[in-house]
Design a protein around this ligand. Structure first.
Ligand SMILES: O=C(O)CCC(=O)C(=O)O
Ligand SMILES: [Fe+2]
Length: 318
């Protein structure tokens, strides 16, 4: 049977909004519905370029990423972090084309300066400025989308306390081109464990798996933002949202990307809000410590590869 190819939604969230006035109430409500719908159906959507994140901010970061990845390996390795993928990652046999740096709380100027100093002890103000401004702008976008999610369920009053229990990390990534004429895996299929991920890329390569199981190749217009629902938000939504599985597939061009990840604070006990469970939506997750879940995920204990959060904190409903 022929089926029509699925399309990841492209949202023009700021369509028809006045720069000074922002979004009208009406438009805000509509945007909340669009965001919720995309999170439920796909766990992923694209936000088209808009003035809130000026193009030159992210482009400035992309320009300084090549010199960053060209630094000597022993310098790059100075960016250490005990959490997997939060420091420098590279030189991996599993994903040989992939390399990345995580910068925790890069929205704080101090954190951006510390990272820059580690990489360029003589200083690199342009890089530091780009890293910090991009992180701030992407976090603003993340918070707007997160607020839309809360408002879409009528619990916008819980947004501030949620934000207080979260932090953010900026990750910059480089993927080498495929070494052969065939495509090659840049990053293995996975779901993100955090709340929301906002990605920017200079070349396409990201594929998202639909609920039906098809891999959808995303090739959004330059300057767009790809939003991915993480498992923490899926839990928060009591399973209404889909944490989209995604991967990177490389062709003959190298690729740079950066992502802003909103993340539960260490030790935070994550709980489904009471408003999200009712007779039609029985409670699917018991409260759990986010840090313990991450340790479980990366531990060697026998666990399912899929639906790991269900195995850790799921309540079975019959
Ligand atoms: O490089 C990308 O576009 C995807 C990166 C990603 O999925 C991740 O870091 O979790
Ligand atoms: Fe990811």
């Amino acid at each position: 049977m022929e089926t029509t190819p699925e399309q990841i939604p492209f949202l023009d969230l700021w369509e028809a909004s006045d720069d000074d006035e922002g979004m009208s109430d009406e438009r805000w409500k509509e945007a909340c519905r669009e965001v919720r719908d995309a999170c439920e159906k796909f766990g992923c959507f694209v936000v088209r370029p808009y003035d809130g994140v000026p193009r030159d901010v992210v482009e400035g970061l992309f320009r300084s990423m090549k010199p960053l990845f060209d630094l000597p390996l022993e310098t790059k390795k100075k960016n250490t972090n005990p959490k997997p993928y939060f420091g420098y990652a590279g030189d991996s046999q599993v994903v040989p084309l992939y390399e990345s740096f995580g910068v925790e709380n890069a929205t704080d100027l101090d954190a951006s300066e510390t990272f820059t100093k580690l990489m360029w002890p003589q200083g690199n103000p342009q890089f530091c400025q780009s890293l910090n401004s991009t992180s701030r702008k992407l976090l603003e976008l993340e918070m707007t989308i997160r607020k839309m999610v809360f408002d879409s369920f009528g619990i916008g009053n819980q947004f501030d306390s949620h934000v207080r229990n979260t932090n953010s990390t900026l990750r910059v990534m480089k993927y080498k081109a495929s070494p052969t004429s065939e495509t090659a895996i840049g990053l293995l299929a996975h779901t993100d464990k955090n709340i929301l991920t906002i990605l920017c890329e200079d070349e396409p390569g990201l594929q998202v798996q639909s609920k039906r199981g098809d891999w959808i190749y995303l090739s959004p217009p330059k300057g767009s933002f790809i939003v991915i629902v993480g498992e923490s938000l899926k839990v928060w939504s009591n399973g209404r949202f889909h944490a989209a599985k995604h991967r990177v597939v490389m062709n003959d061009r190298e690729r740079y990307s950066c992502g802003l990840f909103s993340i539960p604070n260490d030790g935070w006990i994550m709980e489904v809000p009471a408003e999200m469970a009712d007779t039609q939506h029985p409670l699917l997750f018991k409260p759990f410590n986010f840090t313990e879940y991450i340790s479980f995920f990366y531990s060697k204990v026998d666990k399912p590869k899929e639906n790991t959060v269900e195995a850790f904190a799921g309540i079975s409903v019959n």
